[in-house]
Design a protein around this ligand. Structure first.
Ligand code: 5GP
Length: 121
């Protein structure tokens, strides 16, 4: 599947839609989720056009992957969840219920989150 440059996170990256930025560098942007699912809910995205974690893992450069991974600890500190902990989720593809086709890592924390997954009935 080709990358859809009209997805909402591509628009955020182009500055067409505002965001509450938590962290930004050459390769990465982190911002608050518009519909937070926990007291702290930050989305971390690469600036490159990768539609999913699968795509990012397969195609991103080493520099992009290192920058993305290093940014996790920077963002968790800035969000105040590095000590108390958090859940990092990358919903991927149809079974993973990914809604926005630009790779994003959810960082959820600021409260106890309970068990990891509940399956639909
Ligand atoms: P997914 O289901 O694809 O893993 O998660 C997409 C996330 O993007 C959802 O948590 C949703 O609330 C968030 N989101 C969708 N549109 C916007 C937006 O315009 N701004 C921000 N900050 N988050 C958004």
């Amino acid at each position: 599947m080709a990358y859809d440059s009209n997805n909402i996170f591509a628009k955020i990256l182009r500055g067409e839609i505002p965001n509450q930025t938590v962290y930004e560098d050459e390769h990465v942007l982190a911002f608050r989720d518009i519909r937070p699912q926990a007291k702290a809910h930050v989305l971390l995205i690469p600036k490159g056009p990768y539609e999913s974690f699968e795509d990012f893992s397969a195609r991103a450069s080493d520099a992009e992957i290192v920058a993305f991974t290093r940014a996790v600890a920077k963002v968790s500190r800035l969000a105040g969840i590095d000590v108390t902990g958090y859940r990092a989720i990358a919903n991927t593809g149809a079974d993973g219920h990914q809604e926005v086709p630009h790779f994003h890592l959810h960082l959820l924390g600021g409260q106890r989150l309970g068990r990891m997954v509940s399956l639909p009935e």
